[in-house]
Design a binder for this molecule. Structure first.
Ligand code: NAI
Ligand code: MG
Length: 352
């Protein structure tokens, strides 16, 4: 059928064209790939693959940052062939996004002992040499990636980890089967569908109007302070989690709170960090720190925090020893929350 079959059709075409932005087209394409195994297999033919080994992404060092190389299906098949493997391992790949030109992006782990046993024999060091890169832990590399790669590799790692740890049905004990895109797993014996898990976590910067509350856990890197965080309990609203966590960890009551932004966070598992600002009731600022949860908590003035934000570079601090503490790096939502508070002292919070 011709594209321009008449006035009505032409009008419809232009209407659709105007309505469907690149973003919408891309989103609907990804939706199709998640739902339709054949469409997803077809997309692999022209797609690009990011490689992992035991959940560590393959990276190449370039000047001051890491780059994540992409490989075509053909390149990947050649690589697997070179190592004496067949391409069955490609069935373990997961869809992680697509370009504006609808080139689908996948991630594949060459080192996990998944359903495909051939993984086990792949030699990490030999692969690194062949690929001219290194498999580097994401905890180490995340802050030296550009925003796009950081987000893609975090998603990829979370999804690969979920598949690796959810290979059996918790009702029947039978192996579950991944769909082509990796958006779900199904138990063939009872048709229960499992979807990748994300745990909601609230992260709150508490203020008393002039100072903000920063805390540290013993597991934090030395000297780092952050905003107060906690997992949502089942049955709670976000507001209830914020109130409970603040009461539990530092013994304060929230007066007002408002939402700021959110972020997927891959460590230690997949969490959705929901960032809020909160103020405490006037005159009720005395901290009762729960030492089972926190190592320390303290109020800091805007000037102190602004100074630390400006000098928030670990190596400089270690050299000078002048800065008493440091804050999470730019990519972490805690950093954004703290920066927002320093820069917008007059933002008016909504009642909780
Ligand atoms: N992106 C960022 O800027 C920041 C991210 N975080 C993340 O926030 C998360 C939560 O912070 P915490 O203070 O540790 O939480 P928390 O205050 O709720 O304490 C952790 C405890 O909660 C319990 N818990 C309940 N549900 C859990 C679940 N689904 N997974 C694991 N533990 C669960 C466990 O007993 C665990 O020991 C951490 O994973 C941390 O990586 C924390 C600070 C900054
Ligand atoms: Mg906590």
């Amino acid at each position: 059928m011709s594209l321009y079959c008449g006035t009505a059709c032409r009008r419809k075409f232009f209407w659709c064209y105007r309505l469907l932005s690149t973003y919408v087209t891309k989103t609907r394409y990804l939706f199709e790939l998640k739902e339709d195994d054949d469409a997803c297999k077809k997309a692999q033919q022209t797609g690009a693959f990011y490689l992992f080994h035991n959940l560590a992404p393959l990276l190449q060092k370039s000047e001051h940052q890491y780059l994540a190389p992409q490989y075509s299906l053909l390149e990947l098949e050649r690589l697997l062939g070179k190592f004496g493997q067949d391409s069955q391992i490609l069935e373990d790949s997961v869809l992680i996004g697509c370009s504006e030109q609808q080139e689908a992006w996948f991630a594949l782990d060459l080192g996990l002992n998944s359903s495909s046993s051939i993984n086990a024999s792949l030699q990490k060091a030999e692969m690194e040499t062949a690929l001219q890169g290194s498999f580097i832990k994401l905890t180490k590399a995340l802050f030296e990636l550009n925003v796009k790669d950081a987000s893609l590799l975090s998603t990829a790692q979370a999804l690969l980890r979920w598949h690796d740890t959810h290979q059996f049905c918790s009702r029947s004990g039978q192996p579950t089967k991944k769909n082509v895109s990796g958006s779900k797993r199904v138990c063939p014996s009872n048709n229960i569908i499992y979807y990748p898990q994300v745990a909601p976590v609230v992260i709150t910067l508490v203020s008393d109007g002039t100072r903000c509350l920063l805390v540290r856990q013993s597991s934090f890197p030395k000297g780092m302070y952050s905003a107060l965080a906690g997992f949502c309990d089942i049955g709670e609203s976000l507001e209830e989690t914020v109130r409970r966590e603040i009461a539990e960890e530092v013994g304060l009551e929230v007066d007002r709170l408002h939402y700021s932004a959110s972020q997927h966070w891959p460590f230690p598992n997949s969490t959705l960090m929901i960032a809020c600002h909160a103020t405490v009731k006037p005159g009720q600022t005395e901290l009762q720190v729960n030492l089972k949860e926190l190592e320390a908590a303290a109020w800091f003035s805007r000037d102190e925090v602004a100074t630390v934000l400006r000098r928030n570079n670990l190596s400089n601090q270690q050299q000078s020893g002048a800065v008493p503490f440091w804050l999470p790096p730019k990519l972490a939502i805690a950093h954004q929350l703290i920066k927002e508070w320093v820069e917008k002292p007059t933002c008016s919070p909504l009642p909780a």
